[in-house]
Design a protein around this ligand. Structure first.
Ligand code: HEC
Ligand code: HEC
Length: 323
């Protein structure tokens, strides 16, 4: 008996070690809608070359569908070149990726599947795999009235991602919508004032319901010395786009560390230190936005208030997690 317990414990630990990158498949029992079907695909390593990586390996619900590493790990332990963003609140986004190279989620979905350092599988092969899977074949026939194909697979993944909208439960939502006046602390209210003030300009770029205006801006993280990612320029070849990146939305930002396209800041405190004086971090930025030229030089109290405010943008409930 003792041995049995020991052996099963041993197998269990082995299992957890080899599965460390896999995120459990939360679906299974009840797949009745396009969203359910997309969710099943999103958590399924079937879409990667060696069946080891799913979308959720990098877009993990526990980190608001982002990752907690500067660069995520793809198949064969390859390391990515940009930080994994959250895929929550994608519904209103006009384009995707830090450089905006995809205009729709449907178009976007195929790119990580084929990317050699992510899932590394030709999309045609991925589609065939799904077609040859008896369970998917029957689910697609029930839900899409046709067999799985290159269009409905991307569409199901997109429908799932479009369902991942914040539900208005973040303290800032409760406060701004007059549902709970005590939802923000006095420090968070001061932080909010700093965030929207004309002097600090955060709101000039991070505006709208998801705290992004969906523009491409350069906050000084490109210097051609150590910071080489040209961002939007690689797509447009327009020199005014050098070092510009898509302004990220800030909902659930406290859950998605590290920060920026290259994951160079570990904490929100570091992000605010950067905004306080970017030149402490990057001495000779190229093509910086005019809004960013003068350092803001926050006091310690102001920094703390801004960080506390950013924490008020965290939803009480993140889909598919216990939180
Ligand atoms: C190996 C890690 C990894 C895997 C696997 C992965 N992604 Fe991503 N994802 C990233 C990274 C990194 C980016 C940002 C890349 C960039 O901006 O150039 C990204 C960006 C995105 C975006 C754009 C978000 C935005 O704010 O613009 C979406 C949507 C997305 N991924 C969905 C998916 C889907 C769907 C799958 C599965 C088919 C998937 N990802 C698989 C790492 C991954
Ligand atoms: C000129 C436009 C602009 C201004 C002003 C601005 N931001 Fe940003 N912000 C951006 C861009 C662009 C990025 C992404 C840069 C990158 O990844 O290289 C970003 C990134 C961030 C991030 C990290 C997001 C993530 O997912 O990694 C936080 C947090 C943030 N900004 C907060 C603020 C605060 C607080 C202020 C005011 C003190 C502010 N921003 C002012 C454009 C701006």
């Amino acid at each position: 008996m003792k041995w049995l317990i020991l052996i099963s414990f041993f197998c269990f630990s082995l299992g957890t070690i080899s599965d460390f990158r896999k995120v459990s498949i939360v679906t299974e029992s009840y797949v009745t809608t396009k969203v359910d079907l997309g969710q099943k695909l999103f958590f399924d390593p079937i879409l990667s070359l060696d069946q080891s990586i799913s979308c959720a390996s990098c877009h993990n619900p526990d980190f608001a569908f982002a990752d907690n590493r500067a660069f995520s790990i793809g198949v064969n332990d390859s390391i990515g070149i940009r930080n994994t963003p959250s895929v929550m609140n994608m519904l209103s986004r006009p384009y995707f990726f830090y450089d905006g190279r995809s205009a729709t989620l449907e178009e976007q979905a195929i790119i990580p599947i084929e990317n050699p350092i992510e899932m590394n599988l030709s999309y045609d092969v991925a589609v065939k795999r799904v077609q040859n899977n008896i369970e998917y074949d029957s689910l697609f026939r029930i839900i899409y009235n046709t067999k799985p194909d290159s269009i409905n697979i991307a569409q199901a993944l997109s429908e799932f991602q479009r369902s991942l909208e914040s539900d208005g439960s973040a303290p800032h939502d409760l406060w701004i919508n007059g549902i709970q006046d005590s939802a923000l602390t006095t420090s968070q209210i001061r932080g909010r004032e700093l965030f929207i003030s004309d002097q600090n300009k955060c709101f000039d770029c991070h505006f709208g319901p998801d705290f992004t205006g969906d523009e491409f801006r350069n906050i000084g993280l490109y210097d051609e010395i150590t910071l080489m990612d040209k961002g939007r320029f690689d797509i447009t070849k327009d020199s005014t786009d050098l070092g510009r990146f898509k302004v990220p939305g800030l909902r659930n930002i406290a859950l998605t560390a590290p920060y920026m396209h290259n994951g160079m800041f570990q904490t929100l405190n570091e992000v605010i230190d950067y905004y306080s004086n970017p030149y402490d971090f990057v001495q000779h930025p190229i093509n910086t936005d005019t809004l960013m030229i003068e350092p803001l030089n926050f006091t310690i109290q102001q920094k703390e208030d801004l960080v506390n405010f950013l924490h008020s943008l965290t939803d009480k409930k993140i889909p598919l997690t216990s939180r």
